[in-house]
Design a protein around this ligand. Structure first.
Ligand code: SF4
Length: 346
């Protein structure tokens, strides 16, 4: 199976911005950055943002020597900003304890901030050819099908890691890992696996029994909790908008946002307006903006007002917004209000 996988990978691998060309050893820092980005962001988005990010921070020292705010601004468009904070801490640890280099052992990688078991294994395999098999969502699905595991998708990772572990103990473990990821992205897709052109069909229990589409079983969809808030769009006569900065230790910490009422249960208009940053008058806008976080959905109503002074927060002209860290939620709200925030570097 390993030989079939590697032959297919050599013939069909995509040229991705974070992938080293055939025969070239990858830059471990680039591998680490890309794997952190790919944790919770689509490959298409990472493909757009990764080149600019590594151009700006080509080494751990370059990132460690930058301010957290600069890193958060460069991370815009990738979401889940906790990863940017962890990457900043990780770079500082690499400079302080590893001479500015990415260590090549799984244990040392696992001890770095922001690197969970999967990311550490992916860096160890791809950057250093260590004999480990990182199991991401694609590899979990491919492995569950190869092994014929009729388990729910959220319970296949451990048995897949155990069942496919022997694949990593042989030639080119890094390429074996990437070949499985690539197979999941291009051939063994979630809803429509192309078994007829799959290089490992002869080893696949799901294909053999005609169950490829049914494996892994779909996990039951849980209803997510809903939180509500009202965001206040306050504008001065010169066009500047009132913002505030989120505390460092909360979701989207350090990012800027429109002032809002506390995120929580549905409230009446008057209860929301009690948290407005200025006396008003306020014009509530129709509809709401919905934003999905990992563990809950936020529903945001908007109210618009004008003022020249506000007791808290700070004013920013729209054209300066590319210089500060603006999360997707704030961008969505501003877009609803007709304010477009450019990404830095685009
Ligand atoms: Fe996936 Fe089909 Fe290949 Fe099996 S044969 S690994 S189900 S594409």
């Amino acid at each position: 199976m390993r030989s079939a996988l590697l032959a297919w990978y050599d013939a069909t691998r995509r040229a991705l911005p974070w992938r080293a060309p055939p025969g070239v050893r990858p830059d471990p820092w680039a591998v680490l950055v890309s794997e952190v980005m790919l944790q919770q962001t689509t490959a298409a988005t990472v493909a757009r943002r990764f080149p600019l990010f590594v151009q700006r921070f080509p080494t751990p020292a370059a990132l460690a020597g930058s301010s957290l705010e600069e890193v958060l601004v460069a991370w815009q468009g990738l979401g889940y900003y906790r990863r940017a904070r962890s990457l900043h801490a990780c770079a500082q640890r690499l400079v302080a304890e590893h001479d500015g280099r990415v260590p090549d052992s799984l244990d040392a990688l696992r001890a770095l901030p922001g690197l969970g078991a999967y990311t550490a294994a992916a860096v160890a395999a791809i950057a250093f050819d260590r004999p480990v098999l990182p199991v991401d969502g694609n590899v979990a699905r491919v492995g569950a099908r190869l092994l014929g595991l009729a388990l729910p998708a959220d319970r296949v990772r451990a048995p897949v890691a155990a069942g496919l572990a022997p694949l990593a103990h042989g030639e080119r473990p890094g390429d074996v890992a990437q070949a499985l990821m690539e197979l999941g992205a291009l051939v063994c897709r979630p809803r429509a696996p192309s078994c007829s052109c799959c290089p490992v069909r002869g080893f696949c229990r799901a294909a053999e029994s005609g169950r490829a589409r049914d494996i892994p079983a779909r996990p039951s969809r849980r209803a997510v909790p809903v939180r509500s808030t009202m965001a206040f769009f306050l504008r001065r006569a010169d066009g500047a908008i009132l913002f505030r900065r989120r505390p460092d230790d909360v979701l989207l910490g350090g990012m800027i946002e429109l002032p809002s009422s506390p995120w929580g249960e549905e409230r009446s208009l008057d209860e929301h307006l009690a948290h407005a940053p200025a006396p008003g008058p306020w014009e509530p806008l129709p509809g709401e903006v919905r934003h999905r976080f990992t563990h809950f959905e936020l529903r945001v109503r908007l109210a618009r007002g004008t003022a020249e002074v506000a007791p808290s927060g700070f004013w920013l002209a729209p054209e300066t917004l590319s210089e500060v860290p603006v999360p997707t939620l704030t961008r969505k709200l501003l877009a609803r209000l007709g304010v477009v925030v450019p990404h830095r570097g685009r």
